[in-house]
Design a protein around this ligand. Sequence first.
Ligand code: CDP
Ligand code: CDP
Length: 223
Amino acid sequence: MSNTPVITIDGPAGSGKGTIAQRIAKEMGWTILDSGALYRLVAFAAIQNACSFDDEVGLAEIARNLPVTFEAQDNNIVLALLDGVDVSQSIRSEKAGDAASKVAAVISVREALLQRQRDFAQLPGLVADGRDMGTVVFPNATLKIYLTASAEVRAQRRLKQLKDHELNDNLASLISDIQERDARDMNRKHSPLRPAKDAHEIDTSDLSIEEVVAKILSFYKSH
Ligand code: CDP
Ligand code: CDP
């Protein structure tokens, strides 16, 4: 819906998009589009169906027919169900993020997901997080935000998230994974990761979640 207010939050892995999007959506009483989950689900379904990441036609078919539903929980967490099965945890790993960034470079996959993402824009409003929310999916968004943070800070955040889930990894390999994914997302031909011309950039390296949320809400109030 073109008269629906939309706040887009783009940026690289670990810049805080998901956390901040959830907080803003709660504050405004709006819904959320976690567009990265869609790319993670396409990669997950491709692996389940033994579809090669080189098979562009097969990947596009999977993206077009993705049997996904999102279910909002009371605690503001959104579950991703594939064919009714909760796969939210399985798609969160760094390996799943890496697989997502490979299928996300395929133009026919992006085209297949475009309208599905735009359909999330419903009153009273939408907070959309991803890589191309402000540049391609919602070019007329009410407010566009581009979050950044150093690769080291982002890897530290990932390490902490993994530890909270009792998973182990090491900082050096997380930094190199993040840098590799940044490079793939920024240098791809279709919808590369970059700030929209009219986006407000916020470096979150030294900011708390509350400080970032407050900045975005003040941008929204004065837009
Ligand atoms: O969605 P994205 O990968 O951009 O990041 P995220 O998963 O929302 O954030 C990664 C982690 O960084 C989370 O555990 C957040 O709590 C944390 N974070 C932070 O410590 N300070 C911020 N300003 C933003 C996020
Ligand atoms: O949370 P994090 O930033 O680590 O990843 P995500 O937002 O779940 O996205 C996973 C991957 O999907 C990214 O590395 C991108 O390659 C791709 N993606 C994309 O191309 N376009 C989007 N709008 C969202 C994600």
